[in-house]
Design a protein around this ligand. Structure first.
Ligand code: PMP
Length: 422
């Protein structure tokens, strides 16, 4: 499969070879790196991509959820062009940031006030800083398998390197309510915050159970630690995010990805009382700076993305399309009798090469990794661009016909590769 892959992509190979001389690995996003070399894309339109060798793909990666609106949503392009016409970044506050903040505060139950960053990673860094400032405590609890940005990457079965860790952290198992509650109570007044993805994204689209999140909610309320939902990926799962769908309200929430229509973006928000630590009107306010925090392109695109396009109807339709696709895929896997199962919520899903249900993150076996690699390269050959780990994040321009094409490609994969019990 790899030989065919390489032979079909001489231009991608050349781009990689040149970049390697000046960038370690020829790359600047770990998630886009794979051997022998990643496919380079040169153009996108709607839910379609074209690579450097002229091959066309259906984009099911959806820029790791940031590409919700596709590559050429006119309303977003118009907003960005109009913002550019008024001048690039004016080193001043503008009207759009207040508009975008109001749109966010109006939809997420936990968010009275919000501030912007350049990325989800930064949003998490600032939320944790805010929680530490508010509580006057230092430690943070995160979960094995969690991903909150490059400096907060906690794969199962891999020791966390202190070199990589900017904050003193404790760890507990995802979806283990008793264990997590125990850890929170043991940490007591040392613990400033608990940070959790209501569906772990990077570790394989593994939804948190309501019982687990409820246990975190109760234990943090008891000890005074702040509960932070990292909804960088999951906020798309409903008008008010996954928190609203689950009916559990954290103290703080972090955002990123699609919310600025595909422009760079991050945000963190929460209860007014907590966010007040950043209020410049108050003596001793915590600093939160960042040259591009209110960059005019992200602010303008975000107002249109949330205010005009991704409304309640669009969010529910996308969620339902994803649920239908995942159900159909799992029914097909069962029919083929293969060790393959898709987990996820709404429009996001990841295949696991083991039978379902999969309720906790795990370290994949070599056989599972090989199957995952085969799946990725087989899908590429079939004209489907997925995340290297197999994750699918549907974009709004993906149609039912597109989903059917993907479904057919997965059925073909099941029949041809017959993934068996690892
Ligand atoms: N949190 C989660 C849950 C994420 O999935 C990601 C990105 N994949 C981040 C944080 C970091 O966001 P960014 O890449 O914008 O820094």
């Amino acid at each position: 499969a790899r030989e065919t892959y390489s032979a079909a992509r001489p231009n991608s190979a050349a781009i990689h070879a040149k970049a390697r001389a000046v960038m370690p690995g020829g790359n600047t996003r770990t998630v886009l790196f794979y051997t022998p070399f990643p496919t380079a894309m040169t153009r996108g339109e709607g839910a379609r991509l074209w690579d450097a060798d002229g091959r066309e793909y259906l984009d099911l990666c959806g820029e790791y959820t940031a590409g919700l609106f596709g590559h050429s949503e006119t309303r977003i392009l118009d907003a960005v062009k109009a913002a550019m016409d008024r001048g690039i970044n004016l080193a001043a506050v503008g009207e759009n940031e207040g508009r975008l903040a109001a749109l966010i505060c109006g939809r997420f139950p936990s968010v009275d006030q919000v501030r912007f960053t350049n990325s989800g990673t930064e949003a998490n860094i600032m939320a944790l800083a805010g929680a530490r400032g508010f509580t006057g405590r230092t430690e943070v609890l995160a979960f094995r398998g969690g991903y909150h940005g490059g400096v907060f990457t906690f794969p199962v079965g891999t020791p966390v390197s202190p070199v990589n860790l900017p904050i003193p952290m404790r760890f507990a198992d995802f979806n283990d309510p008793d264990g997590a509650a125990r850890t929170i109570r043991e940490a007591g007044e040392a613990l400033a915050a608990v940070i959790v993805e209501p569906m772990q994204g990077s570790s394989g689209c593994i939804p948190a159970t309501r019982e687990f999140l409820q246990a975190l909610r109760e234990a943090t309320r008891e000890t005074g630690a702040l509960l932070i939902f990292d909804e960088v990926m999951t906020s798309r799962h409903g008008f008010g995010g996954l928190q609203q769908r689950l009916g559990i309200t954290p103290d703080m929430t972090t955002f990123g990805k699609y919310m600025a229509g595909g422009m760079s973006f991050g945000a963190f928000g929460g209860r007014a009382e907590v966010m007040a630590v950043f209020d410049g009107h108050r003596a001793g306010a915590m600093p939160h700076a960042g040259t591009f925090n209110n960059n005019v392109l992200s602010m303008a695109a975000g107002c249109v993305a949330l205010g005009e396009i991704f409304d309640e109807t669009a969010a529910e339709a996308l969620y339902a399309r994803g649920e239908r696709l995942r159900d159909a895929l799992n029914a097909a896997c069962a029919r083929h009798g293969v060790a393959m199962h898709f987990t996820g919520v709404g429009s996001m899903m990841t295949p696991h090469f083991r039978p379902g249900p999969v309720t906790a993150p795990y370290k994949a076996s070599i056989e599972e990794e090989q199957m995952r690699e085969l799946f990725f390269f087989d899908m590429l050959a079939a004209g489907m661009y997925l995340a290297r780990r197999g994750m699918v994040a549907l974009m709004l321009p993906v149609t039912d016909a597109d989903c059917e094409r993907f479904f057919a490609a997965v059925e073909e994969f099941c029949a041809a590769r017959k993934p068996v019990l690892a």
